[in-house]
Design a protein around this ligand. Structure first.
Ligand SMILES: Nc1nc2c(c(=O)[nH]1)N[C@H]1C(S)=C(S)[C@@H](COP(=O)(O)OP(=O)(O)OC[C@H]3O[C@@H](n4cnc5c(=O)[nH]c(N)nc54)[C@H](O)[C@@H]3O)O[C@H]1N2
Ligand SMILES: Nc1nc2c(c(=O)[nH]1)N[C@H]1C(S)=C(S)[C@@H](COP(=O)(O)OP(=O)(O)OC[C@H]3O[C@@H](n4cnc5c(=O)[nH]c(N)nc54)[C@H](O)[C@@H]3O)O[C@H]1N2
Ligand code: SF4
Ligand SMILES: [Mo]
Length: 699
């Protein structure tokens, strides 16, 4: 039998038949095409898809090695029930019956809102649709949410309000045609490498790249202008740019008057942002603010890219409004090569939002509070639906054991990804019943009463929607290990146990149901998705899909200027905690590391948790490269390896959140953006000390 790949190992499989299965990468929202090579039921290799419309034969290191975790011996292979603190194998029948008994008991005793569910941006559209249907139609609560809350929650809130849609306005290919690109708080070289390739292509053709990031990231090093803005100070910077554009008369008057509203209030608010104030708070010189403002306003086609450096702040929603204001002022949207482009993080975070895995929206952003919307879904699902919006991710954990008594987590790992995990652990421990459905025994699954073994991307059929709203087919290459079942089938079993009409035999039927109820997916069906997928809105069978939004009118009619309130980060450095801690990502690992850290090639690339420290700060504390250091905040402390680099500013530290042995979220805090409820992952106050007892092994 063929064994899973190990790095450096060559498989001699000429005699064996190899199947080549075209599918989609399970990691980031770029949505690259992969080909899995399967021999004797084992994936032996991953290769690029030369015909894929976006990745065009390219992949990043995670994509090239996407198969390496699939056959890992630690995969979950049967349902596990915790009895006397020990997990014991049980049958699927027992697991499904017990699960639904426990959830029904919580709802019967404490009311429907005692049940809550975390759906998943890692799972397919069909799975997300069934998940929210199970929660809404099965338990009559809107308590369903997912990790988009920790990610582009502010984007959805602000862009929906300002433009009528929270999605990336343009397509990935458009970047290559822009003549000016501003990246706010996006390290796309490590996080969206295929998109970064398009941006570099534009630069090679002469486009100006402007990078706004407190760190000197790879894009910053390659940019014409790097603006190392102070943490959380993008609003002062953008307001300063807008004020300068107006002072020079570079605004697009006709766009503003014909296509927007609320400009007068914005213009008035900008009176409070003379250049000196903008420069002082943002930390960027007036000359540089003026230069980049002129560059953006004068460009024929300018595009804005933004990501977590903008959203993961207590002023996240206001930040996104600021970005929208700038684009509308200059009329840089509604055309090819322009737009406001929030890069979606997870492979299917766009789809999970589209499918209504959100507490306030049914599929297709149809509000739960609208009687017309509810009656449409009630008629289709044959059951009354709840009226009040449900709890968000952060509110579910906060209410665990009190308002929330039974929680179903599908394919998320909040014990690593939520802020302040000590308090998350405490709260999850208070639940009457916690059920986790994952492919590995994660930090969160360990706390569960019942663990259900799901199937990974290579073991199922369905669709993912990429950051450019492209709905693409996922194809099954191999069977799940042991008794593990694909998440679609698990959801069908749970639904049937509850008496719901979940008699679907394949995900294509679910997509047909989605299309019938969700106008933006109205023309989408499995038979239309090969070979290149379709970009929503795609409203009818003959609609070819939409490469860019807001062409002649915004989805909400007129674009709305909203004055953004600038508020500094909630926790600022003080004598006890003198550093600003920023958390984020590195190239070769993905989130909580459940998959990439089980890939031999990727773990060889980076195996040790580290903190980036400016050499000046290291010297003060007597720290040299590779030393063990302790980073502490008011929530907790972790020990990790010192990496000295001028890529961080003096007074700041950067810790990636991929490493369970030194979890960044032991340090972060729960301060939330009041509108979108996103935590402030990008700034808190921290202390740094040398750790003498550090075991340097593997550092
Ligand atoms: N390799 C890899 N790729 C990934 C992921 C992964 O885990 N690993 N995750 C995916 C997901 S879900 C997401 S959401 C994306 C995230 O992708 P990114 O947002 O690009 O990644 P981050 O590292 O979280 O943060 C981006 C940058 O924001 C900067 N920043 C911090 N504070 C501020 C600020 O106040 N202002 C500005 N302007 N910038 C600031 C940081 O210095 C950092 O370089 O990546 C996706 N792709
Ligand atoms: N400090 C800090 N924290 C952060 C962030 C940050 O920048 N800094 N970023 C935040 C952001 S943007 C995000 S998106 C979140 C991500 O947070 P999470 O979504 O919690 O992180 P993942 O590691 O992607 O978790 C996905 C889980 O699903 C499992 N899985 C994968 N595929 C499948 C499948 O097909 N079926 C099943 N059943 N399971 C599957 C994986 O094993 C893993 O346990 O983290 C947030 N947390
Ligand atoms: S860029 Fe994203 S989608 Fe493409 S191969 Fe890398 S991780 Fe996968
Ligand atoms: Mo994300």
């Amino acid at each position: 039998m063929v064994q899973p790949c190990q790095p450096g190992q060559i498989h001699w499989i000429q005699t064996m038949k190899i199947d080549y299965i075209k599918t989609i990468c399970p990691y980031c929202g770029c949505g690259c095409g992969l080909i899995l090579e399967v021999a004797d039921g084992i994936i032996v290799n991953t290769r690029q898809d030369m015909d894929h419309p976006v990745s065009k034969g390219h992949l990043c290191m995670k994509g090239w090695n996407a198969h390496e975790f699939v056959h890992h011996p630690k995969r979950l292979t049967s349902p596990l029930l915790k009895i006397n603190n020990q997990f014991q194998k049980i049958s699927w029948d027992e697991a499904i019956t017990l699960a639904m008994e426990k959830f029904k008991a919580a709802a019967d005793t404490h009311g429907p809102d005692a049940v809550a569910g975390l759906s998943s941006a890692r799972c397919s559209n069909e799975e997300n649709y069934l998940f929210q249907k199970l929660i809404r139609a099965g338990f009559h609560t809107n308590n369903v949410d997912h990790c988009a809350r920790l990610c582009h929650g502010p984007t959805a809130a602000a862009m929906t309000r300002a433009l009528g849609s929270g999605a990336m306005t343009n397509s990935i290919d458009d970047f290559a045609g822009a003549d000016c690109i501003i990246m706010f708080g996006s390290n796309a070289a490590e996080t969206h490498p295929i998109i970064m390739g398009q941006i570099y292509e534009a630069c090679a053709k002469g486009a100006t790249l402007i990078v706004v990031d407190p760190r000197t990231t790879e894009p910053a090093k390659n940019a014409k202008f790097h603006l190392p803005v102070n943490f959380g100070a993008d609003i002062p910077l953008i307001n300063g740019m807008m004020r300068h554009i107006l002072d020079c008369g570079l605004e697009d008057r006709s766009f503003v008057s014909q296509r927007t509203e609320g400009f007068e209030a914005m213009e008035q608010a900008l009176e409070l942002w003379p250049m000196e104030r903008a420069a002082q708070i943002s930390g960027i010189s007036p000359e540089k603010i003026a230069q980049v403002a002129e560059c953006y306003a004068r460009a024929q086609n300018a595009s804005i890219v933004f990501c977590m450096g903008i959203t993961q702040h207590t002023c996240g929603t206001a930040n996104v409004h600021a970005v929208c204001n700038l684009a509308m002022l200059c009329g840089q949207l509604g055309r090819p090569f322009t737009g406001i482009n929030p890069l979606r993080g997870q492979n299917n975070v766009q789809g999970a939002c589209d499918m209504g895995a959100l507490p306030d929206f049914l599929p297709g952003y149809q509000g739960v509070t609208s009687p017309d919307v509810r009656s449409k879904f009630q008629a289709a699902w044959g059951t009354p639906l709840p009226v009040t919006p449900g709890l968000t991710v952060t509110e579910m954990t906060a209410g665990a054991g009190e308002t929330v008594r039974a929680l179903y987590i599908m394919a998320e790992n909040p014990m690593m990804s939520d802020p302040d995990i000590h308090s998350v652990k405490n709260r999850l421990g208070k639940l009457d019943f916690l059920m986790v459905q994952d492919i590995f025994m994660t930090e969160t699954a360990r706390l569960a009463d019942l663990v259900l073994p799901g199937a990974c991307f290579a073991e199922k059929t369905g669709t993912f929607t990429s950051t450019e709203r492209r709905v693409q087919l996922l194809r099954k290459a191999v069977s799940p290990p042991g008794e593990a079942m694909d998440d679609f089938s698990i959801l069908c079993c749970l639904g049937k146990e509850l008496g719901l009409d979940f008699n679907y035999t394949d995900p294509g039927q679910v997509m047909d149901e989605i299309a019938g109820l969700t106008p933006i997916y109205g023309g989408i069906g499995f038979s239309r998705l090969a070979p290149h997928g379709l970009q929503w809105p795609c409203v009818s069978q003959d609609d070819p899909g939409t490469p860019y939004l807001h062409h002649q009118t915004f989805s909400r009619g007129r674009g709305l200027f909203v004055v953004p309130d600038y508020t500094p980060p909630m926790e600022i450095p003080d004598p006890d905690y003198p550093f600003t801690l920023v958390t984020g990502r590195i190239f070769c690992h993905y989130h909580t590391g459940t998959m990439t850290r089980r890939s031999p090639t990727l773990s060889q690339e980076s195996s040790t948790p580290f903190v980036q420290i400016h050499p000046q700060d290291a010297q003060v504390s007597g720290i040299v490269q590779g030393d063990g250091v302790r980073v502490s905040t008011r929530r907790g402390s972790i020990v990790l390896s010192a990496r000295l680099t001028r890529d961080v500013k003096p007074g700041s530290l950067f810790v990636p959140f991929h490493f369970a042995e030194a979890p960044a979220n032991a340090l972060t805090h729960e301060a939330l953006d009041p509108v979108s409820k996103i935590p402030e992952f990008k700034a808190c106050a921290a202390r740094l000390e040398r750790e003498d007892k550090y075991d340097k092994q593997g550092a």
